[in-house]
Design a protein around this ligand. Structure first.
Ligand SMILES: C=CCOC(=O)Nc1nc2cc3[nH]c(NC)nc3cc2c(=O)[nH]1
Ligand SMILES: [Zn+2]
Length: 377
């Protein structure tokens, strides 16, 4: 009989294809749709766990590639796992490291065994395999473990993608076999297939043969440089074909308009480094679009970053002050911009969830897009 999965999903309401639901994981419950802040090196840059909780973060990401290279997954395991190591007591999702080997590592070589690469830190040689990736994630003790997959470069040809899917499926089987704690850490599949509907079907069908091992399904291979309309077309095609009773996760999407498009297609979970990364460089999200705070026009601007935002930063600081902090290279500037950006995306998902529960998501999305495109800041 089917083993009880450690991560389960309850569909609560649909508004079109958009869904509101609840994920139950070992370290707590998650109301969806949900945005997941990225905590690459066991920290969501500049934020304390207390601040993350106060802005409504329900689940964060940890990166396998980074934590394996530094401080080492064995060391994290000695501290009792990633939750204890970083003092984050809610759910954590870890990626499999495959994507980051390609975005950060050097001298990479893909073989049937796995991926050989040199560390971006000290140039040392490593090989990441499906088994190694899963064992690292087991050491980290995350609630959600991701398959070790290959994310083909953006706009790869069919000739490249077809054999890549078949190898990723063989790797998936090895991941399922290698998983040491299937009752405590939920395993998510990752659907590939580029921008081709028939190859998306191929990937999903091959993975579905292992469905009983998967707590959720992720849509990989997107937000890697393909045109926006191709990403939207693929989401609209493949997401609703994933099991309705399991969470659906889209990696690497953190632009407000893309997030709403993903929610409309039936996505429940998203992650992206954008809000924290652009925040550290002084770009913030507002109701009327992005705002680059170092712009001279904000020097004497006594408005909050976003007049409609009720976060701690918008209630206590003005644009002119935050601009000064960035010009003076005061680290508080990075913290305030990061805090606001995360709050903005977490609140966007919370408002989207409310709109779905009230069966008015389409109206909510259209209203948000109208304002966001005004660009009046
Ligand atoms: C990250 C969580 C789990 O994901 C994996 O372990 N593997 C994986 N990561 C991706 C990350 C992506 N970021 C973007 N754009 C910024 N596109 C992405 C695509 C993938 C992908 O196809 N696979
Ligand atoms: Zn704010």
């Amino acid at each position: 009989m089917e083993r009880k999965l450690p991560v389960t999903y309850e569909l609560q309401k649909k508004s079109g294809k958009a869904r509101a639901g609840k994920i139950t994981a070992p370290h707590g419950e998650i109301e969806t749709p949900v945005f997941m802040p990225v905590g690459t090196q066991a920290t969501v840059k500049t934020m304390t766990p207390e601040e993350l909780e106060s802005i409504g973060s329900q689940i964060i990401l940890g990166n396998t590639y980074h934590l394996y290279l530094r401080p080492g997954d064995d060391l994290v395991a000695k501290f009792g796992g990633l939750h204890k190591f970083m003092n984050w007591n809610k759910p954590i999702l870890t990626d499999s490291g495959g994507f980051q080997v390609f975005s950060l590592g050097s001298l990479r070589k893909i073989t049937e065994k796995g991926v050989e690469f040199r560390s971006h830190i000290d140039g040392s040689k490593h090989t990441l395999t499906p088994e190694k990736s899963i064992h690292i994630q087991n050491n980290l003790g995350s609630d959600i473990v991701m398959l070790f997959d290959e994310c083909p470069p953006g706009l790869s040809s069919r000739e490249y993608i077809i054999p890549s899917i078949e190898r990723t499926t063989r790797w998936a089987r090895r991941c399922v076999e290698a998983h040491q704690r299937p009752d405590e850490q939920g395993l998510f599949a990752i659907v590939q297939g580029g921008i081709y509907e028939d190859l998306r079907d191929k990937s999903l069908n091959e993975l579905s043969e292992m469905d009983s091992a998967f707590s959720g399904y992720a849509i990989g291979g997107l937000a890697v440089g393909e045109p926006r309309e191709d990403m939207y077309r693929i989401l609209d095609y493949i997401v609703e074909k994933c099991p309705e009773n399991k969470p659906r996760y889209l990696m690497g999407v953190g632009e407000p308009l893309d997030m709403l498009e993903a929610v409309e297609s039936g996505i429940d979970m998203m992650d992206c480094v954008q809000p924290t990364r652009i925040g550290r460089h002084g770009t913030v999200f507002t109701k009327y679009g992005r705002l680059v705070i170092k712009n001279a026009s904000y020097a004497e601007d006594d408005r909050p970053l976003d007049e409609d935002c009720d976060c701690y930063v918008c209630r206590n600081f003005k644009r002119g002050y935050i601009r000064h902090l960035f010009k003076a290279e005061e680290v508080l500037g990075q913290r305030l911009a990061t805090y606001h950006n995360l709050y903005f995306l977490l609140k966007l998902m919370k408002d989207a969830r409310k709109a779905i529960l009230e069966d008015r998501f389409k109206e909510f999305k259209d209203e948000f897009i109208k304002n966001y495109n005004m660009g009046k800041n």
